[in-house]
Design a protein around this ligand. Structure first.
Ligand code: SAM
Ligand code: GLN
Length: 272
């Protein structure tokens, strides 16, 4: 079959499930033929072996059944970086790029030299910060799989990031007194929340944080003495503004920030 025909079939399979079936069809074709999207677009009359066509169609059907495209292509994009990702690891979201901007502004303004990213997933936040600043960056996760993927991404970009395994502040305890800024996109979705099928295929420990979605924050801030005079920037969901204000009011000064879609999605806590 010619590439042109296969592309049309894939687009058709994907059209119910995806807002950009053409682009997703190209991503799948790029994966199965090991050719860039640009090269594919210039060779639409090329004959594609039957076996390759079958693999491409079955991947498109898998995608159409609610499987994340990034798990098929094993690639995702964040802050201008191309990162490896696979099933079992959270796919970075575009909103989180604002968290990196907030962190970089502060690193420059306050001359922070030691930063930690809690729950690093693919390593996206830590790598973006390390590549655009000069200090030391630590990145932690509870998930072995996430740390494997993050290691691969850190090595690819030769980023100055030290990976550590463990929950909350535990893996940082030996260096915590040096850490000036902590950033995190933690799990914050309430356990009962209705999520799209492809989001539900992502690791639940990356998404869900108890019935009210605040469990991570409650545990993280349970011993404020560990955080004295540190600055913390975290992602949140817009409806968590009031509960977070109440939870953190005695710890220091809290400031909320919006994402590029004008929703309150981040807070900065300057611990007293
Ligand atoms: N930072 C990445 C990003 O923005 O794409 C991943 C964010 S994902 C929403 C949350 C990550 O936190 C997951 O990789 C998960 O394994 C990790 N995680 C969950 N609970 C944790 C905990 N108590 N301590 C450290 N990491 C945790
Ligand atoms: N924003 C994510 C979603 O797509 C949730 C991320 C998180 O819990 N940190 O549902």
């Amino acid at each position: 079959m010619k590439l042109r025909e296969l592309y049309t079939i894939l687009k058709d399979v994907l059209k119910e499930a995806s807002e950009s079936p053409g682009s997703e069809a190209l991503s799948i074709l790029s994966k199965v033929t090991s050719q860039t999207r640009e090269r594919l677009l210039m060779n639409f009359e090329e004959e594609i072996p039957e076996k390759v066509c079958q693999v491409a169609i079955s991947l498109a059907k898998k995608r159409a059944s609610g499987y994340p495209l990034q798990y098929i292509t094993e690639r995702c994009y964040f802050y201008g970086l191309e990162l490896h990702v696979c099933e079992g690891v959270f796919v970075p979201r575009i909103e989180t790029e604002i968290l990196v901007d907030l962190a970089l502004e502060l690193i420059e303004e306050r001359r922070f030299k030691v930063v930690a990213d809690i729950g690093t997933g693919t390593g996206c936040i830590a790598i973006a910060i390390a590549l655009r600043s000069e200090g030391e960056v630590f990145a932690t996760d509870v998930s072995e799989k996430a740390l494997e993927v993050a290691k691969r991404n850190v090595e690819r970009y030769r980023a100055r990031v030290q990976l550590l395994k463990g929950a909350y502040l535990t893996p940082l305890l030996p260096v915590l007194s040096d850490v000036q800024l902590i950033v995190s996109n933690p799990p914050y979705v309430p356990t009962g929340a209705k999520l799209p099928l492809d989001v539900l295929r992502e690791p639940h420990e990356a998404l869900f944080a108890g019935e009210d979605g605040l469990e991570f924050y409650r545990n993280f801030f349970s011993d404020p003495s560990l955080l004295t005079r540190k600055t913390i920037i975290m992602e949140m969901s817009p409806e968590q503004e009031d509960p977070l204000r109440a939870l953190l009011k005695d710890l220091g000064t809290i400031t909320f920030f919006k994402d590029q879609f004008n929703r309150t999605r981040f807070f900065r806590l300057d611990v007293a």
